[in-house]
Design a protein around this ligand. Structure first.
Ligand SMILES: C[S@@+](CC[C@H](N)C(=O)[O-])C[C@H]1O[C@@H](n2cnc3c(N)ncnc32)[C@H](O)[C@@H]1O
Length: 203
């Protein structure tokens, strides 16, 4: 896939499934929320400016609201229809194309599920994306990926060895990094997803 294919893919999912976890390629609300819960562990989000890169249907914002976290929620997505949907759901939020946010800073940046689709060059995509986003965060950035330590791989999805990502962050982004592969997304299923917190300073 290239970025046009990605947009077409998610636009089609949204048209087919509406505002549901399936529109952003999750099997259930439970598995989507479990990922949010882990991502949100990056720090104290109360009263913070949050940037959701690849916000999809904006469910992370709704999740944070339900947790009683009052924050400023900003989002971007490659699919304009997702931005329109989010604007409707969160009139108080700010949902725009990525270029709009150029030069802006946020306390925390979230990147959930954005690297999951198989592309021509997944490694370059995640490295370039993380390199360009990190300078936009004041405290930290949290993102997840599918782990290559699984017994089944879907040919449409991208799986990475967590240690490759850890090494990349250490070498090129920041020395302050947490790698989490200690959680189940689906109860009883071997961890097939990992989350990284990259910080500006020691915690
Ligand atoms: C698996 S979905 C996850 C959506 C949301 N983060 C969540 O966890 O519910 C991945 C999202 O990333 C978006 N996306 C993929 N590549 C992108 C890019 N280069 N820039 C912005 N958004 C992108 C897709 O359109 C899609 O909404």
């Amino acid at each position: 896939m290239n970025s046009d294919d990605i947009s077409t893919h998610y636009r089609r999912l949204l048209a087919e499934h509406g505002d549901t976890p399936q529109a952003v390629q999750y099997s259930s609300a439970q598995s989507q929320e479990r990922r949010f819960e882990i991502l949100a562990g990056v720090g104290d989000l109360q009263q913070k400016r949050i940037f959701d890169f690849g916000c999809g249907t904006g469910q992370l914002g709704q999740y944070l609201q339900r947790q009683g976290i009052e924050c400023e929620y900003f989002g971007t997505d490659i699919v304009d229809e997702f931005l329109a949907l989010c604007k409707n759901k969160f009139p108080q939020g700010n949902f725009e194309k990525f270029s709009y946010f150029s030069g802006m800073q946020f306390d925390y940046i979230f990147i959930g599920g954005v690297f999951n689709n198989k592309m021509a060059s997944n490694k370059k995509l995640y490295e370039d994306t993380l390199r360009s986003l990190f300078p936009m965060c004041k405290h930290g950035m949290a993102f997840n990926m599918m782990s290559a330590y699984v017994d089944y791989q879907d040919s449409e999805l991208f799986y990475e060895y967590p240690e490759n990502v850890f090494g990349f962050i250490k070498r090129e982004i920041t020395p302050f990094v947490t790698l989490r592969n200690d959680y189940e997304v689906k109860l009883g299923v071997v961890p097939f997803d990992f989350t990284v917190y990259a910080y500006r300073s020691g915690q």
